[in-house]
Design a protein around this ligand. Structure first.
Ligand SMILES: [Zn+2]
Length: 483
């Protein structure tokens, strides 16, 4: 065995002198990973982790070696909700300012998926040559990914209780991401949500942190009613006092026990003009007026995270403002498509807070009226990627939101359609306005046929993938392959 290269010595990868055994090993690993990827696609295993397994079997340090051609290194994006949208937005902003950015496929966010994505991103080269890799990373995979890659930056969106069968306790998740922060490159930095105490606590005592948040004046009338996942101070255990809450436990908080409080954000929404739909955003000492790119308060935070990252990397604020005007969302993240003359909105749902936020956004978009223009379709599957246990549906506040969303009839679909139907019955939804159709294609056809103008489709992850196949087949959305 030839010893593997030193942790920080990447010279052997790009060195133009003799081909060392290590370089050869990486080239073989990448070649076979690409072959495995090609075969996987050929036999229809779209989301296979095989390329990552193959690459790592040949070169156990493949993930680190694959980042050697990235001039500005790697930024990991993690958190319970909003990773995909934050990566898509940040990539859009950076590309507009001339950066060459590579990213991983949606859903390929475990260490094997990251390896597979980078192994296949190099084009004619072994390793991708680009300015930056933006990698959406599962929270539990952050410590290992960070230890292997030594990223330059880490962006954290939020922490909510996810499906407990997959992630365990919330505090454990926070601790895992904290370990990732400890493994950043020496000149590393982090972009953190100041308004989520579980995220902000990670920045205490660390070097370069850019906090983002929303000033109270921007939404002075907002009153959050949901119970949050952060009730106590992470440092002394006393209950946190909230002076302002935007949703769940996201807001302005302080601890009267030890004095810890929400950090002052460097990047912050100062004002929101509902008329022009423009946000006034502070970037350090400067300010800019930018459009609110995607519906929903939760998406506002994703946009803030992406803008904070782009600003920290030196993107011109005028470029940020103009690029946000023509941003198209990632598939299933409030994406709209036209099907048989009806507008179909697709919003992924995967945990209680995310589901509540989607319903709150629909309630905002579609105010109750005598003749509702929309019908709804909720599709619940229980594959591993969805979470095997569907009991989380009982933590979604349907009691509050169903009456506020102007939808006349709901379809429920997917393998757990009947669980969803029971949940809606308990939330008080009239059974004669509820249609149970486990077959997703059939449910979509029925809902589209019945809708006066719009269909809101709320699928779990694998239901969203089958929905995409159907919509791609009929030409309603552009074809693209991902995780
Ligand atoms: Zn305290």
């Amino acid at each position: 065995m030839v010893p593997l290269p030193q942790e920080t010595d990447y010279s052997w990868v790009d060195g133009s002198d003799d081909l060392t055994l290590s370089r050869l090993r990486l080239a073989v690993a990448v070649g076979l990973a690409r072959l495995a990827g090609w075969v996987s696609r050929l036999v229809g295993w779209g989301g296979s982790s095989l390329p990552g397994q193959v690459a790592r079997a040949i070169d156990p340090l493949a993930l680190r070696h694959l980042t050697a051609g990235l001039r500005r290194g790697v930024v990991l994006v993690t958190g319970t909700n909003g990773k995909t949208t934050t990566v898509a937005l940040a990539q859009h902003l950076l590309r507009r300012s001339g950066w060459d950015v590579v990213h991983n496929r949606t859903g390929a966010n475990l260490v094997l998926g990251l390896t597979a994505s980078l192994a296949q991103a190099g084009g004619r080269n072994v390793v991708p040559h680009a300015d930056l890799a933006l990698l959406e990373t599962d929270e539990a995979s952050v410590p290992r990914a960070a230890a292997e890659i030594r990223p330059r930056g880490l962006v954290v969106t939020n922490f909510f209780r996810d499906q407990l069968d997959r992630y365990g306790e919330l505090s454990h998740t926070v601790e895992l991401v904290g370990r990732g922060l400890g493994a950043l490159a020496e000149d590393g930095w982090a972009i953190l949500n100041a308004d989520d105490p579980n995220v902000a606590r990670l920045g205490s005592g660390l070097g370069r942190i850019v906090y983002y948040g929303v000033d109270r004046e921007a939404f002075a009338t907002q009153a959050g009613l949901e119970t949050g996942d952060a009730r106590n101070c992470p440092f002394c255990g006393r209950p946190l006092i909230y002076t302002f809450r935007l949703y769940a436990h996201v807001g302005h908080y302080r601890c009267e026990g030890c004095g810890w409080r929400r950090p002052d954000p460097e990047v912050a929404v100062e004002y929101w003009d509902p008329g022009s739909k423009q946000l006034r955003v502070r970037f350090g000492a400067a300010g800019a007026s930018v459009p609110w790119a995607l519906p929903g308060l939760y998406n506002l935070y994703n946009q803030l995270a992406a803008m904070a990252l782009a600003w920290h990397l030196g993107t011109d604020l005028a470029v940020v403002a103009s690029a946000l005007k023509d941003f198209r969302p990632a598939f299933g993240r409030m994406e709209r498509a036209m099907v048989s003359g009806k507008e179909v909105w697709i919003a992924l749902v995967k945990n209680p807070t995310g589901f509540n936020q989607v319903l709150a956004t629909l309630a905002e978009e579609e105010t109750p009226q005598a003749e509702p223009r929309a019908v709804g379709l909720i599709a619940i599957n229980d594959d591993y990627a969805d979470g095997r246990d569907v009991s989380w549906l009982w933590d979604v506040d349907f009691e509050r939101w169903l009456p506020e969303v102007a939808v006349s009839r709901w379809w429920v679909s997917g393998r757990r359609a009947w669980d969803m139907a029971v949940r809606m019955k308990y939330a008080g939804w009239a059974p004669d306005q509820l249609h149970v159709e486990p077959d997703l294609a059939r449910a979509l056809n029925e809902a589209v046929a019945a809708a006066p103008e719009r269909v809101f489709v709320l699928p779990t992850y694998t239901a969203m993938l089958s929905l995409r196949r159907k919509l791609t087949d009929i030409g309603a959305v552009r074809h693209f392959r991902e995780g």
